[in-house]
Design a protein around this ligand. Structure first.
Ligand code: CU
Length: 124
């Protein structure tokens, strides 16, 4: 479902529903917490801010451990007043390296995706 805008008719409907604003730009990662490439104490969420508003219904964030196991809680959270930001809860993380894979559909219906890693440092 989250990759379902494929037909021109649906894309036009989605565009109309999105309302006004800076159109025809793509949503790229602007910043994230944990920051890409950072080493941090175990976080309980990943938060990503984008350069354009995104449609949470047609977006996803997955977080995997080094063995490829999903460690996110599966449900995106949004901030009603800020459609440029998505977050996802995490299960308790052990020290190690984690990969974040995101796919978003911006309010102009364009799709972008990317990955980054962060490292959870040993406690103490
Ligand atoms: Cu675009």
């Amino acid at each position: 479902m989250r990759h379902s805008i494929r037909t021109p008719a649906l894309a036009v409907l989605a565009l109309l529903a999105a309302g006004s604003g800076p159109a025809w730009a793509h949503a790229h990662l602007q910043s994230a917490t944990p920051a890409p490439g950072s080493t941090v104490a175990a976080p309980d969420t990943v938060v990503i801010s984008y350069t354009e508003g995104v449609e949470a219904r047609f977006s996803s964030i997955e977080v995997q451990d080094a063995a490829g196991h999903r460690v996110d809680k599966g449900t995106l959270s949004t901030v009603p007043t800020d459609n440029k930001r998505l977050s996802i809860g995490l299960q308790p993380l052990q020290p190690g390296t984690y990969k974040v894979t995101w796919h978003v559909t911006s309010v102009d219906t364009h799709k972008t995706d990317g990955t980054f890693q962060f490292t959870v440092k040993p406690q103490g």
